[in-house]
Design a protein around this ligand. Structure first.
Ligand SMILES: C[S@@+](CC[C@H](N)C(=O)[O-])C[C@H]1O[C@@H](n2cnc3c(N)ncnc32)[C@H](O)[C@@H]1O
Length: 301
């Protein structure tokens, strides 16, 4: 799995820039436009929150666990708009600190190791864009991917009552995924092999499930699938909007960009990371159907 150092690399590094661009508690996962791209990003993210909260039957007084909570957008929604109580978990120090400064109950903890002894059980659990980080390339290569997801659903099984709901959305590999051996930062620019190499640089320690089937199969001993939908096109639009927001001028943000210039000139890995913002390899992967994106609602048997 991606370890804390990997997730700090991915998320804590961009913490200030992200919050200056998107707002203090914004989503860093695909929004829900349902094909209506006249909506603003904020409206589409809110539509996603409503969909998840409705799917999970979250109401006043519900006890919710938001695994992989990022900067806390779903926590903010369920506590402020639905009157629920919510604990969030992240492995990024920067995100946890930002959430705590915004009065959210967020801890730095590996969500895959939570047991009822930690915080009791929950009425509902979400994991929005977290599963992508649960299996590393090395673990995939040594045949551990299925058991990692199986163990995760066993963890969830202990944390929910019968009939309790779990929502997740995750990127998956899709029909045009390339052979691992061809993935190379020096491959033709913009090719699947090139953009996949940039994805690996940006998300060290992370490897995706092979389609939603792989996830659903491992949930099956404990959960039935309630609904499944693709968010691939919605994610492409989300990334398009993020790109605009990362570029939008603010004095504080551009001063921060400027201060990173020496690092950019001397640090090769950092240059790869910046390429992610210049090129958006995840957008290209969705466009080329190297990757898909799914929203899955489960109910405990
Ligand atoms: C793409 S962000 C999604 C954040 C948030 N759910 C959202 O929708 O904005 C991925 C998040 O997964 C978290 N994460 C990844 N693996 C984790 C783990 N094992 N335990 C807790 N958090 C994890 C990262 O720290 C980060 O907050």
């Amino acid at each position: 799995m991606a370890e804390k150092k990997d997730l700090d690399f991915t998320y804590t590094t961009i913490d200030k820039i992200f919050r200056l661009s998107m707002g203090e508690s914004a989503d860093y996962s695909g929004a829900k436009y349902d094909g209506n791209f006249t909506m603003s990003l904020e409206e589409a993210q809110k539509q996603k929150h409503q969909f998840i909260a409705d799917s999970l039957n979250i109401k006043k007084g519900s006890k919710v666990l938001d695994m992989a909570c990022g900067w806390g957008p779903f926590i903010k929604y369920v506590t402020q708009e639905r009157g629920a109580a919510c604990i969030g978990l992240t492995l990024s120090e920067g995100q946890a600190e930002a959430c705590q400064n915004n009065d959210m109950n967020v801890l730095v903890k590996d969500c895959r190791t939570v047991t009822p002894d930690d915080y009791g059980t929950f009425d509902a659990i979400s994991c929005i864009g977290g599963l992508e980080h649960f299996c590393s390339i090395t673990q995939w290569q040594s045949g551990k991917q299925e058991s990692i997801y199986a163990n995760f659903f066993q963890t969830l099984n202990y944390l929910l009552p019968t009939g309790g709901r779990f929502y997740m959305q995750t990127m998956t590999f899709a029909k045009n995924m390339v052979d691992f051996e061809t993935i190379d930062v020096n491959a033709e620019k913009g090719s699947a092999a090139h953009v996949m190499a940039l994805m690996i640089k940006e998300f060290p320690g992370s490897w995706l499930p092979y389609g939603p089937e792989m996830v659903i199969r491992n949930a099956k001993p404990y959960f039935k699938l309630i609904s499944q939908s693709s968010g691939r096109k919605d994610y492409i639009e989300t990334i398009r909007q993020w790109r605009k927001k990362f570029r939008a001028f603010s004095f504080k943000k551009y001063a921060l960009y400027l201060s990173l210039l020496p690092k950019l000139l001397t640090d090769r890995e950092f240059r790869h990371q910046v390429a992610v913002f210049r090129i958006s390899p995840n957008k290209i992967c969705f466009e080329k159907e190297v990757m898909e994106h799914y929203r899955l609602v489960f109910e405990k048997l």
